[in-house]
Ligand binder design. Structure first.
Ligand SMILES: [Zn+2]
Length: 73
């Protein structure tokens, strides 16, 4: 058991490709590879469109970080 490596940080797996807003092509991450694994919420990943070569900076953040919802009455 490793229980102290990440504390309470929320780790999220970035998309390995996104769709370019401008041309609809596929964009692939720069400086991050799928084998790098999840990143902390709030990490910025840059993507480059393979068709128009536009660069997109995407903030990786979760909207459902309800990891520990215990409720006691
Ligand atoms: Zn594009």
């Amino acid at each position: 058991m490793t229980d102290s490596a990440f504390g309470d940080e929320t780790l999220l797996l970035p998309d390995s490709e996104i769709i370019c807003v401008d041309c609809g092509g596929n964009c692939y991450p720069l400086g991050w590879h799928r084998e790098d694994g999840p990143v902390e919420s709030g990490t910025v990943i840059a993507y480059r469109c393979k068709d128009c070569l536009d660069r997109w900076d995407v903030v990786i953040e979760g909207d459902n970080d309800r990891t520990d919802l215990h409720h006691f009455d």
